[in-house]
Design a protein around this ligand. Structure first.
Ligand code: ADE
Length: 233
């Protein structure tokens, strides 16, 4: 069985998963507590990375170097960028990019990472399809969407900025870690998947709506993840 690394940015996003693990050993590296153990015989490392792309990339590299993980899954909440993607719905990444990578002054398009061979990182299609199937089993009445995830070191709570993101990158949801994890996974040749439950609409109402729906959104990702882990071969 392949060892899976699971990263959530915030305690709330990984707390329940940690509680469900067996034979847990906890180690603190770079101010992050890595919970190594098992869930239903599947070897796992669950960790709260902290918020933002730097924390997320560091965390992914530690999982790869120190724990030899073979798959990385990023779980958490996100703001919706499409009208048809509602609060509590799930977005599964087909790919991820950094919406705040800006080297336009140097002749690059927005979002393009200078001197890298790619800036849009493709998720593992087998994981995407398996997660989609598991969603239909454990969350049958929920909207599940597969598409591009946009990440940046910004909480998006402004309609104009949201429109710009939609028009520039055509993303499904926006958050603050996924593309950094995707980039680290790509550079290490490790398959990745981002699973995000929608907590807000990334507009003026985002801050208020987020607080109200964060828990419901996290409930959904936990249901999905616990079943998904068991079905990954
Ligand atoms: N995570 C959850 N909602 C978000 C938003 N609106 N912007 C960035 N990250 C988020």
């Amino acid at each position: 069985m392949r060892k899976i690394g699971i990263i959530g940015a915030m305690d709330e996003e990984v707390k329940r998963l940690k509680e469900l693990m067996q034979n847990v050993q906890i180690k603190s590296i770079a101010s992050m507590d890595f919970y190594e153990g098992y869930f239903e015989k599947v070897p796992l490392v669950v960790v709260r990375s902290g918020i933002g792309k730097v924390n997320a990339a560091l965390c992914t590299q530690i999982l790869i170097d120190r724990y030899d993980i073979e798959i990385v899954i990023n779980t958490g909440v996100a703001g919706s960028l499409r009208n048809e993607i509602d609060i509590a719905d799930i977005v599964l990444s087909t790919e991820a990019l950094q919406h705040d990578m800006d080297a336009r002054g140097f002749g690059y398009e927005m979002g393009v990472i200078p001197r890298m061979d790619k800036s849009i990182f493709t998720a593992d299609i087998k994981l995407v399809n398996l997660a989609k199937k598991v969603c239909s089993e454990v969350l049958p009445s929920l909207g599940v969407h597969t598409g591009r995830v946009l990440s940046g070191d910004q909480f998006i709570s402004d309609t104009k900025k949201k429109e710009w993101l939609v028009n520039t990158f055509d993303g499904y949801c926006t958050e603050m870690e996924g593309a950094a994890i995707a980039q680290a996974a790509y550079l290490n040749n490790i398959p990745f998947l981002i699973i995000r439950a929608i907590s807000d609409k990334a507009d003026q109402s985002a801050e208020m709506v987020y607080s109200e729906f964060e828990e419901l959104a996290i409930d959904n990702t936990v249901k999905l993840l616990t079943e998904l882990i068991k079905q990954i071969d």
